[in-house]
Design a protein around this ligand. Structure first.
Ligand code: ATP
Ligand code: MG
Length: 392
């Protein structure tokens, strides 16, 4: 069928034509944010899930809804190698300028801007990726000690007070939160905790890989009481069918049930893969309905494409030892696997391969769902490892 009208949207953070199966979570987030705006207690949301399950898309959607309800938001993605203060500075400044413009009376946004100025000045000495040309003024004695934990608390408190003055809330959306270094994550948690104690309307909606749960717990033991960790996973079968059928139906195109069954079997209902299979099955089909043989013909090309991009970019970042480790996991199957079993496949001692496992965790390739267990963070990566390293 016409590739020009193909509705599917495989990609990273690309809005899907139908955001299926997430209504409950979107509503839960809206309730939490509105409660926080009104000074009521609510846990911050940290959404956790594997690669390609739709975390970024959800963050964007929750942000857009929040903005539409008059909340002030900032969105940032934590890269592997940048400090949290450097990431926060510019977006926070923009949000505070917005609050300042909104302010009918009062001057707490102005004050928070000066606090930000002091914060940047004191943090510059520690984090050399922090640069800021504009002079924001200073608010001596607040957020300028040079200790991230207490300065970030002072800063977010000032920001929260400015938001409250304007009868709104400030929501920090942070994607890929697992890349924030643990001491910086701890400082962020402490700051949010402090703000929650003062019932200030400032909160975090974050997303990250499953290891984020353990990281926050290690950073601060009370994190579990401050955050809810909704697990974002594959869609249930009905939602997966809806993700495929609804966009097609709008264009007058249907799916044969056997075709849907085959896509669900192949994709295990993971959102990113649903978009890929939907896209290629559409392109293969001659007419509506899309039938099983279209899906079967498309599959070969989808896999070739995934192997050349989605899987490949991750594979290329690995050292030879890391590749061998993942290949050993793949030999054992989908996982999770015991460290001892993986070491055995490699013919090594658990101790000698532990550093490899650690770097794979910090690169976001695997995580530990339970003590001593290891799982892939990328769905279907086990099958890819067998294709790309067939003779191990
Ligand atoms: N609920 C959904 N229904 C249908 N498609 C979806 C849904 N959620 C996400 N998608 C699609 O899945 C793909 C991946 O989404 P997204 O980039 O948000 O995942 P992610 O969890 O952030 O992945 P990563 O961990 O790699 O950043 C996109 O192509 C998006 O359009
Ligand atoms: Mg993402």
């Amino acid at each position: 069928m016409d590739p020009r009208t193909n509705p599917y949207a495989p990609g990273a953070g690309t809005p899907p034509p139908e955001l299926a199966g997430r209504d409950e979570l979107i509503e839960k987030a809206a309730v939490a944010l509105d409660r926080i705006r009104n000074g009521l207690a609510s846990k911050s949301l940290l959404m956790v899930g594997l690669r390609g399950v739709g975390k970024t898309v959800l963050l964007n959607r929750i942000q857009r809804d929040a903005e539409a309800r008059g909340l002030v938001t900032i969105f940032l993605e934590a890269p592997e190698k940048r400090s949290l203060p450097a990431l926060l500075a510019a977006p926070l400044r923009a949000a505070l300028l917005k609050l300042d413009r909104l302010a009918a009376a009062g001057n707490l946004a102005q004050r928070a801007l000066r606090v930000l100025g002091g914060f940047i000045g004191s943090m510059k000495l520690k984090y050399d990726d922090l640069e800021f040309g504009i002079d924001l003024g200073l608010e001596p004695g607040i957020a300028d000690t040079g200790d991230l934990e207490s300065d970030l608390s002072g800063l977010l408190q000032a920001v929260g007070e400015a938001a409250r003055e304007n009868e709104t809330a400030l929501v920090l959306f942070i994607d890929e939160l697992q890349y924030v270094k643990e001491p910086q994550l701890a400082a962020l948690i402490t700051a949010l905790h402090r703000c929650a104690q003062y019932q200030l309307p400032i909160t975090l909606v974050g997303a990250g890989l499953p290891q984020l749960v353990g990281q926050t717990g290690r950073a601060k033991s009370y994190a579990e009481r401050l955050f809810a960790f909704p697990e974002i996973g594959p869609l249930d079968p009905a939602a997966a069918e809806q993700a495929l059928c609804a966009p097609a139906l709008k264009l007058g195109v249907a799916f044969e049930q056997a075709a849907l069954d085959e896509i669900l079997r192949r994709t295990k209902a993971y959102p990113y893969f649903l978009q890929e299979w939907g896209k290629h099955s559409w392109d293969y089909a001659k007419q509506s309905p899309i039938i099983l043989s279209d899906v079967v013909s498309a599959t070969e090309q989808v896999i070739a494409e995934l192997d050349g991009s989605f899987f490949r970019v991750r594979f290329d970042r690995l050292t030879p030892a890391e590749k061998r480790y993942l290949r050993a996991m793949a030999t054992l199957g989908k996982g999770p696997h015991r460290s001892g079993d993986i070491a055995q496949v490699l013919g090594k001692e658990v101790r000698s391969v532990a550093p490899t496992r650690a770097t794979l965790i910090s690169k976001g390739m695997v995580y530990s769902p339970a003590h001593g267990d290891t799982s892939f963070t990328v769905p279907l990566f086990d099958e890819f490892m067998k294709r790309v390293m067939p003779d191990q």
